[in-house]
Design a protein. Sequence first.
Length: 130
Amino acid sequence: MIEFHLDTKSGLSPYLQLVRQVRQALRLGMLREGDKLPTVKEVVAQLAINPNTVLKAYRELEHEGLVEARQGVGTFVTVSLTDESLAAHEPLRRELRKWLAKARRAGLDEESIEALFMSTFRNAAQEDIA
């Protein structure tokens, strides 16, 4: 089961953070078709957020066709977003862990690592477009 977390520094609204985390879990194979999402009550207790925030996120996911709410039973994943590239994730994850260790040894803190990664990611994406 997915365990949600919120990042107050992200600039992204809490409901969108929940939506993004479900999408990411679907892409990474951490959630599969038929899996049950935590109840609204469980998420509210875990994150200390308004129930309407969780409901909004779940409605958005349902609107996208990723989950289905079943009255009195819960909210269930209806599709998978994984593809053939899933097999490549683990070797890439190992390389990324090595890179993160190098960045920490170089004295970068978490925020600096994230900023470096995201700026490099965005620049690479723009170069691919050009």
